[in-house]
Design a protein around this ligand. Structure first.
Ligand code: SF4
Ligand code: SF4
Length: 408
């Protein structure tokens, strides 16, 4: 048995008795209050899906009990779409969501997973890793499956290993229902990719801030022109559109005092035409409950609401925030182990709060190795950044700001 196989088998076996005894036997009690659904091909898809990139954590491990509670609440309210990926949560997300969903009948949930292009050397790897993912998730097939994160650095590999052709074979074998791709590249590459193959869907980063900032509208229009349905990821920009600045929040409340930033952002994304579902990376049951309520009461956005979203976007952009979604792709390649998203988050917070004390205090909670100052400017991180951020330059800016405050 290969080492990787051994690790997976061991991980699945942990708590195995409870797991096996509950296998597909959890009775699904449906609430009267169900989330809005959309028809996609031959299935009904909930308009809200649970993204499994930021799962609940306890003592540096996924909090399986809290995840089970979240999954149960989703299932009861018809939000039965779950999206994971090979590398999410240090490659533990598939195991955790697989374990949680195993309690239900397979036909009761929709599971999406993604092929990690960065790990592929040969066409054989595509199938080998796919089989590993089925095993980790404890399923026989994936409903939605994607070439993960096509961008300027991965597009050649995805072509060279004939990933699409191999995945089409798996689709013909009944192991994939719908085949698509998730995208973090430039519009030029997207134009090529959409024409290369017959895709069932495309997963794009769409929210009211990125619409202009990272050309999400242009990408959406390219996909629309080919008639490819869209799955939305990062509708709240990794939480950035939940924690609005005072000025941005005041603008929202001035017009819609009863709404929350999360509800507003999710509805904005779901209101785009041809959207199949909106993924939201939720980290606790409270977030799940709030987001589900938005989609139980779901109403498409009005023109007036969309205008207010544009105004909020302009306020956010004018406040000089760094457009980081906390995806952590940069950290996979950083030879120094710098905590890049944490540095950007604390800088963004500082720009909103203007609190120098808070900025330096949180900066100091990063270990020396994780601090922006440890950057050697090799540039590897920027090549992996879906937001095309000039990370070394931004880290220098943050480190300089810190030094200036300390010296004052
Ligand atoms: S440029 Fe700095 S932050 Fe980026 S990978 Fe290199 S050392 Fe890490
Ligand atoms: S800097 Fe870029 S790659 Fe790193 S976490 Fe932020 S968005 Fe992701």
């Amino acid at each position: 048995m290969k080492r990787r196989e051994f690790i997976i088998n061991s991980a699945i076996a942990i708590g195995g008795t409870a797991l096996l005894s509950g296998c597909g036997e959890k009775k699904l009690i449906k609430s009267e209050n169900q989330v809005a659904k959309r028809k996609y091909r031959d299935i009904e898809v909930p308009l809200l899906a649970l993204g499994c990139m930021r799962l609940p954590m306890r003592n540096d491990e996924i909090d399986q009990q809290e995840l089970d509670r979240m999954v149960d609440y989703c299932m009861e309210h018809g939000a039965n779409y779950f999206d994971t990926a090979y590398m999410y949560v240090d490659s533990k997300s598939e195991l955790a969501i697989g374990k949680s969903l195993k309690r239900y009948k397979r036909e009761d949930f929709i599971l999406a997973d993604k092929s990690p292009i960065y790990k592929m050397k040969t066409r054989e790897d595509v199938r080998e890793i796919f089989d590993e993912q089925l095993k980790k998730c404890q399923v026989e097939y994936f409903d939605f499956y994607m070439c993960h994160n096509i961008n300027k650095n991965t597009v050649d590999t995805y072509r060279n290993v004939a990933m699409y052709d191999e995945l089409v074979k798996l689709k013909k074998e009944g192991k994939i229902k719908y085949l698509g791709f998730s995208f973090h590249g430039t519009p030029d590459i997207l134009r090529e990719v959409v024409k290369e193959h017959k895709w069932d869907f495309a997963q794009l980063q769409i929210n009211y801030l990125d619409w202009d900032v990272v050309k999400a509208k242009e990408q959406y229009d390219i996909v629309q022109a080919e008639g490819i349905p869209v799955i939305v990821m990062e509708p709240l920009r990794g939480g950035g559109l939940v924690n609005l600045s005072d000025k941005a929040l005041a603008k929202l409340k001035e017009h819609y005092p009863d709404t929350t930033p999360a509800s507003f952002g999710l509805r904005w994304a779901a209101s785009r035409k041809n959207v199949v579902t909106v993924l939201s990376g939720m980290s606790n049951l409270q977030q799940v409950k709030e987001n589900i309520q938005t989609f139980i009461d779901y109403k498409e956005m009005t023109e007036d609401e969309i205008k207010v979203a544009d105004e909020i976007s302009k306020i956010i952009q004018s406040q000089g925030e760094i457009n980081c979604t906390a995806c952590k792709y940069c950290m996979e390649v950083c030879p120094r182990g710098i905590n890049i998203p944490a540095a950007f988050a604390l800088y963004n917070q500082y720009k909103v709060s203007k609190s120098k004390m808070s900025f330096t205090m949180y900066y100091d909670t990063l270990s020396e190795a994780e601090q922006p100052d440890a950057c050697i400017k090799c540039g590897l991180c920027s090549k992996n950044c879906p937001q095309n951020l000039d990370i070394p330059a931004l880290l220098t800016k943050i480190a300089d700001e810190y030094k200036k405050i300390k010296a004052s």
